[in-house]
Write a protein that binds this ligand. Structure first.
Ligand code: CA
Length: 226
């Protein structure tokens, strides 16, 4: 069963999560400090981390940034406030979901299951489209023979576009593809992921424009422009 690391300084909240998750068969570890969580993930990687934003040492955002330097483990933030900025910032730094306190432990458990299901590796073989080749096993996309350094969200986004050349995907569909709950307000994060992917493509070929913008609709991959 998947192992979940809970990083939360309020014991009562951690207790309800541990109880709910263990009741569903997950194994759990609990820490109260962000720095300790980053260190533990290096030593004994969890399959998913539930990360409180307001921690006594470093913020959950900072802990997530540090985690992203070496791991693509799914992260679900717990926040005391329902701030739109928090949501967007959280997703931009690579979180998978976001829950606002007070929450029901059952809801959190359901979301944990949903995230783990979304990220379950698909058994695709290496495929290629135009100048791209995709290796889902190694989470690697190469463009014109050069491996791209992509975040997990960027990889999923580009992979989704490449799988169906010329199809126009809405931001909502792309959010779904990257594995982010498509609540209102998250669409902006797709634009910033696209911007970042485009910059990485241009770093390989300056005039590359394989990702097309369709105003009011979304984005598509055009093999003709790659
Ligand atoms: Ca807290």
């Amino acid at each position: 069963m998947p192992h979940i690391l809970i990083v939360e300084d309020e014991a009562a909240i951690a207790d309800t999560l541990i109880y709910a998750l263990q009741g569903e068969g997950f194994t759990t570890a609990w820490l109260t400090l962000g720095q300790a969580a980053v260190a533990l993930q290096r030593e004994t990687p969890a399959d998913l981390i539930i990360l409180d934003i307001g921690l006594p040492d470093i913020s959950g955002f900072e802990a997530c940034k540090q985690l992203r330097r070496f791991t693509e483990v799914p992260v679900m933030f717990l926040s005391a406030r329902d701030g739109e900025i928090d949501r967007v910032v959280g997703l931009e730094i690579g979180a998978d979901d976001y829950v606002v306190k007070p929450f029901s432990p059952r809801e959190v458990t359901a979301r944990v299951k949903a995230i783990l299901k979304r990220i379950a590796p698909r058994v695709d073989a290496t495929s290629s489209s135009g100048h791209f080749s995709v290796d889902p096993e190694r989470v690697l996309i190469s463009y014109r023979g050069q491996p791209m350094s992509l975040t997990r969200h960027e990889f999923r986004l580009l992979h989704c576009l490449l799988e169906q050349p010329r199809r126009v995907f809405s931001r909502e569909q792309l959010l779904d593809a990257v594995g982010v709950a498509s609540d209102a307000g998250y669409e902006r994060s797709i634009d910033s992921h696209i911007k970042s992917v485009r910059a990485k493509l241009r770093a390989i070929v300056a005039e590359a424009e394989p990702i097309q913008t369709h105003r009011g609709l979304g984005y598509s991959y055009s093999p003709d422009h790659s």
